[in-house]
Design a protein around this ligand. Sequence first.
Ligand code: DON
Length: 318
Amino acid sequence: ERVAPTGEHLTPPSSGVVARIIDEVYELCRGDTSGALADYIPELAAVQPDSFALCLATADGQVYGSGDLDTAFTIQSISKPFTYALALADRGTAAVAERIDVEPSGEPFFEISLDPTTQRPRNPMINAGAITAASLVTGHDAADRFERIRRSYCRFAGRDLRLNADVYASEARTGYRNLAIGYLLRGAGIIDIDPDEAVDRYFRQCSIDITCRDLAIMAATLANNGVNPLTHERALTAPLVEQVLSVMTTCGMYDAAGDWVTTVGLPAKSGVGGGILAVLPGQLGIAVYSPRLDAHGSSVRGVKACRELSNRLGLHFL
Ligand code: DON
């Protein structure tokens, strides 16, 4: 089924083939109910486990999709490339590189992964690097710094995105490991601000609600060199898009990054909320939502659907 972006008129499909392949891949993956909901953040276990949506948005603003395209879920770790992008824009690439490296860690997202010599987090996609990136975003005060993050995500999505207060409260109540990572980073001098503030900002950014359609538009904005294809607003400069997509390629899928690159061949990011975003630069963005996760914390049906789409549409470019 070809769908119109929210509030837009449906125009004739530019390619019935794309719409048909999306529907076929959706049907193929729908029956896979393996994996489990994330439950280490209690509120994440409260979602409808069978929800499933698949959406593709092109760099010129065509949107195709199947399933629960408007079901809200929290962005979780898919926030990481976007906050990293804002930190790069605020502080400059060199200043950020002094604090966050760009080497794949090959470890799960919650590993501490600090370079033993420099103490820098290995990359901005693991939690240590993401908390550091959140600490580097500028603003008048803590509320303004989070608001700048939220607004930057809105520019990518082309719509107003809101915090899910229940998920935020749930993570803030249980996120001791992330707090520990924040304190370690503060002790090492990697973050300069109060670690509670940095980690709180990270919890908030992870708790922003999005839909699969939003995520596809965010991916298409990256594909379109940083310009939202629906609003035509610039969300990020082209050189920073390149930096962010490079880091997503090597580090976005954590300890499954090599498997992902060889089987899907696109820069991508997953989140424990069940979303996955993938980008074919210059061409299109893909988003999947299905909350049952594999051992790496990535959506089972999401990984499978991306593999199938990449194969059937010939998207593997890495
Ligand atoms: O740090 C956490 O626990 C979460 N808020 C985000 C983790 C996440 O999404 C990892 N990705 N697959």
